[in-house]
Ligand binder design. Sequence first.
Ligand SMILES: [Zn+2]
Ligand SMILES: [Zn+2]
Ligand SMILES: [Zn+2]
Ligand SMILES: [Zn+2]
Ligand SMILES: [Zn+2]
Length: 303
Amino acid sequence: MKWCPDCGEAKAVSEFGLNKRMPDGRARYCKACFGVRSKKSYRKRAAEQGRSVRERVEAPEGHKYCPRCQEIKPTAEFGRNRSDKSDGLTSYCKPCHTLVGRENRVKNHGSERNYKLKYLYGITEDDYERMLAQQGGLCAVCRENAGTHVDHCHSTGRVRGILCFNCNNGLGHFRDDLTGLALAAAYLWDVEVWADRPAVPGPRRAEVAPTRSSHLSQRYGLRHADVERMIEAQSGLCAACWEREPEHVDHCHGTGEVRKALCLPCNTGIGQFRDDARFVWRALEYLAPPIAWEDYLALVTHG
Ligand SMILES: [Zn+2]
Ligand SMILES: [Zn+2]
Ligand SMILES: [Zn+2]
Ligand SMILES: [Zn+2]
Ligand SMILES: [Zn+2]
């Protein structure tokens, strides 16, 4: 028998590990206590070096221990991790995983926001602040609302400016298309775009118009015949882009007066620019500065 100074128990010699440096060839502490000691010293060393220790905590079937919140949770509360060989789950539970990810991004990138700016747009928070300051804190399109959204060119990835939520969405609905924007501005200004617009609707349009018009008349409480006439006068096409079929009767939000029938992208896009031709025009200038009146006319008449 041998006495262990840690647990104070006398145990069989075989309960003590081997240690050549000890006179009896056995460790000073019993195996159980030695285990606790080495774990403690490992943790202490790890803590000194600023590492965290991943502890294996036994969890019942279908459960797993999260070392961050130190709770045993059902495995469904852990994310999938294909590269993990042991159980294919993330080390931390889902909420902790999110927080750890955020902490790491803050640690590596200065802030969550900086990470997003870098990751999505390749700019830093400083770049963002500088751009916004150059814009006087305002949206680069309407120059009225506060700039809040980073706008970038989808084909080149170049960051163009900081926009307000509405203008950013507006550009999205027009897919950065200059002609579409020019036509929308023309529509709001009531500029006659097509002098030689086809007067008679084509066969396909004529077929589509009745169902569309009945849907639209119901939706807007207009007389069926009025909607029919409106769409016919527009050759069965959206009154802004003259390309797609009208799906929406546009009305002036100030007076409630019904204007014309528009396709969905034009209607939504114009709405995002708050039915204001100036904002659409500024969007045009923003994408292709500076735009001359002749260029504008060229866009709307040969679009
Ligand atoms: Zn012991
Ligand atoms: Zn957790
Ligand atoms: Zn704006
Ligand atoms: Zn349209
Ligand atoms: Zn509306």
